[in-house]
Design a protein around this ligand. Sequence first.
Ligand code: UD1
Ligand code: CA
Length: 456
Amino acid sequence: MKLGVAVLAAGQGTRMCSDLPKVLHPLAGRPLLAHVLAAAKALEAERVCVVYGHGGEAVPAAMAGQGCAWAEQAERLGTAHAVLQAMPALAGTDRVLVLYGDVPLIRPETLRRLIEHAAAAPLGLLTMHLADPTGYGRIVRAHDGRILRIVEQNDAVGAELAIDEVNTGMVIADRARLADWLGRVGNANAQGEFYLTDIVALAVADGETVGCAAPHDEQEVAGVNDRVQLAILERWFQAREAERLMRSGVSLADPARFDLRGRLETGRDVAIDINCVFEGEVHLGDRVRIGPNCVLRDCAIGPDTQIFANCVIDGAKVGAAALVGPFSRLRPEAELADATHVGNFVEIKKAQVGRGSKVNHLTYVGDARIGSDVNVGAGTITCNYDGANKHLTVIGDGAFIGSNTALVAPVTVGEGATIGAGTTLGRDAPPGKLTVARPKQVTIEGWKRPTKAPKA
Ligand code: UD1
Ligand code: CA
């Protein structure tokens, strides 16, 4: 079975009160539409076509490289009309699944169930029972339980309004049959729109039975119309991620104060304190402990390492049994070996720090190779940038860099060298020796502190 997916995303999203098209608003760090496309991908859809609205060119631009086709619906004439726009791009597929760009949390498992339940029928609907069905299209069934049609809220009368089984909007249909039904849908209804839901009555009139399946959770089929609904779905998504992690052996100090905006891979007995944000691809080894208020993006932290409060780690690698923070910033290509210590107000960028080395206070290390067992004193700066180019600083094993040293790159400190505090190192320092460059200290004998002139 070759699956085609039509994603409807032509809505204006007026209630978002935003210059950004609704389907590009992020949930868990990714555009709403990206979640839907990921679900389509998980189903191994042969073709995916997104129907976007007039003036919504920002949507295809933002989603370039996703491998889907785009169809513009210049006028918003209804959901059937929207699906029709996607049909040319879905030629060659056997069945068409209709999804929505603003219904981000639909699970591939649910869609798979829908596809399977409707395998024998040319049409299948994802429906569910709701305590309050107001606003939704209602599923009208015959006495024997067969689905007969869908009636929209605005067209429903009498007992129809009391039906609590609703149309989620998601539909699977035989492509050729769908094309035929879509061509026969009219717009003589309360909203003057071409309703996709009308294909149900057309299928039944053709003597077909209509299949159906239900989602696991209401949130899977919940649409985002405003920022309040978006925030509710975000929290639900995060609660699920938090629960999944806890069940896999991660301790979260407070699952309600945890945010994952990407993928987090964890070893055993990892502990994460409150208010941490994980973005991109993050790997935490066994027994890693993350203090409160940390942001970790695209990084790998080795086993037994502790990240103390308020660290920002981005594109860095940290070895085993290291201590980082509080208040450390590791930037892209920072690589800390095992048993390193990086302390408060230290920034490290594109630099390797060797095993057992310590960079404990108020330091900038950029474009550097630091050997093992090096001690970098407080206030050390690698002066890596000359205003035009970046240059390398190399520090050999066992070196000791005194506090407040400026290392003017390119420069090399030899193995076991000691650099006196306050040195501005403009030339290489030989191994094993003390190098110090600072003005000679003088004491002026007989000097008197000035006194205030007496008032006239
Ligand atoms: C639709 C269903 C309703 C269902 C409900 C679930 C129809 C006629 N009704 O109603 O049975 O219970 O969804 O939320 O299908 N869209 C376009 N182009 C259009 C019209 C809509 O792309 O011309 C997109 C919208 O961006 C939106 C989705 O389709 O994402 C649903 O459209 P909307 O008008 O909100 O339909 P509902 O009235 O909610
Ligand atoms: Ca809607």
